[in-house]
Write a protein that binds this ligand. Structure first.
Ligand SMILES: [Cu+2]
Length: 387
């Protein structure tokens, strides 16, 4: 409702300004020639200089942006393929930056240099094969190079050998949280289907499948450093996207199909917390938090906890109202710590059994009568055997 009112007020202000300019124009009629609708040399000159001013603004703002927000970009990559990915991006950025800088300068400079002057006639020519060849062939070569380099990098990232020593982890997306499933000792994820979702079996794991017996479901992802992890992604409801920025990894999670992404983490959480860039970022965040805490304490509210760095799995597809908060903590452990952590997690089968105890059939009660019959029976059997 408030937005509608603000919108209406803005529209009314717009109409008022428009009407005022009309009145102003009417009062100026016949006062001087320079108010004609046809641009004169002075108008063209003003526009020419404004063009120059605009290109200067673009450059100054870009340089300012690089200094002011340059430290917000992703820092050290924490996966094996990360540096290749970053290189591809830096090369693309450098090319875009050079071409953009040059063409924007020429565009605005020519608009200034050849601004309209009374009596000046524009040079006209229908076509120039040489020029057209130049501005076709150069972009074709550059773009083909970029695309080929991109495809090569992408294939390198996406390829993994099935026979390689990899571990499988399932990432399950749903509005608005993540769950992960470990394949267990057999390194094979049990079958799963949305129809099996029931009670604590939130991933719909087929608990009658032999491969599912040792599967473990968790809400905090732990992965060992230096090991290739193949993520198999599923979604329960809508399109989500598993985004792990520090590992330069992202893949859509699509309902009804399994997508995948594999990478080797190269830095443990503890190592990343000591990374120079991360230390600076954490300090910056904590400075903001400390200031905010002062305000909160003054209001009699609780102060904010200081922030510590953690890797995150985020959702990168706008999937609904709480999309912004759809995340899961990722911990990169040393292989020993990872092993220890995983061994402490219960299997889904065990959790299921604990949550749904099956009533065991009552054991026969050994009354005196029963014992007597058993004894008599066995004596008879013995007698038969002896015969
Ligand atoms: Cu999502």
């Amino acid at each position: 409702m408030t937005s509608l009112l603000i919108f209406l007020v803005l529209v009314l202000i717009g109409i008022a300004v428009w009407q005022l300019t009309k009145i102003f124009d009417l009062t100026q009629i016949g006062s001087a020639d320079e108010n004609s609708e046809v641009a004169n040399d002075k108008d063209n000159s003003t526009n020419g200089y404004l063009m120059f001013a605009f290109v200067a603004f673009i450059y100054i703002f870009t340089i300012y942006g690089l200094f002011a927000w340059g430290d917000l970009v992703l820092g050290t990559p924490a996966s094996e393929h990360g540096p290749d990915y970053d290189n591809l991006m830096y090369i693309s950025f450098a090319i875009i930056f050079i071409v953009q800088g040059l063409t924007q300068f020429l565009l605005h400079y020519f608009a200034f240099k050849y601004r309209g002057r009374a009596g000046q006639k524009a040079l006209y020519f229908a076509d120039n094969n040489k020029l057209e060849a130049i501005w076709t062939i150069i972009p074709v070569i550059v773009l083909a190079g970029l695309i080929l380099y991109g495809l090569y990098t992408w294939n390198e990232i996406m390829y993994y050998d099935e026979d390689e020593d990899v571990m499988y982890v399932e990432l399950y997306a749903k509005q608005f949280s993540w769950e992960a499933r470990y394949a267990g000792e057999d390194n094979t994820l049990g079958k799963a289907n949305v129809r099996f979702i029931e009670g604590i079996n939130t991933l719909g794991v087929d608990l009658s499948d032999a491969a599912a017996q040792d599967d473990k479901v968790v809400t905090e992802l732990h992965i060992p450093v230096g090991k290739k992890v193949v993520f198999k992604m599923r979604s329960q409801d809508v399109l989500h996207s598993a985004y792990m920025p520090h590992f330069r990894a992202q893949m859509n999670c699509v309902p009804g199909m399994i997508t995948q992404f594999a990478f080797v983490p190269t830095m443990t959480t503890a190592q990343m917390r000591e990374d120079e860039g991360i230390v600076a970022k954490v300090a910056k965040i904590n400075k903001i938090r400390a200031e905010k805490s002062k305000e909160l304490v003054a209001k009699g509210e609780e102060a904010l906890d200081p922030y510590t760095f953690d890797y995150l799995l985020l959702c990168n597809k706008i999937c609904g109202a709480s999309h912004y908060n759809m995340q899961m903590k990722i911990v990169v452990d040393t292989p020993e710590d990872y092993k220890k952590w995983l061994s402490e997690q219960p299997t889904l089968a065990k959790q299921w059994a604990d949550a749904n105890p099956v009533e065991a059939p009552a054991a026969p009660v050994m009354t005196e009568e029963v014992i007597e019959t058993v004894v008599v029976d066995s004596t008879q059997v013995l007698a038969q055997v002896v015969k």
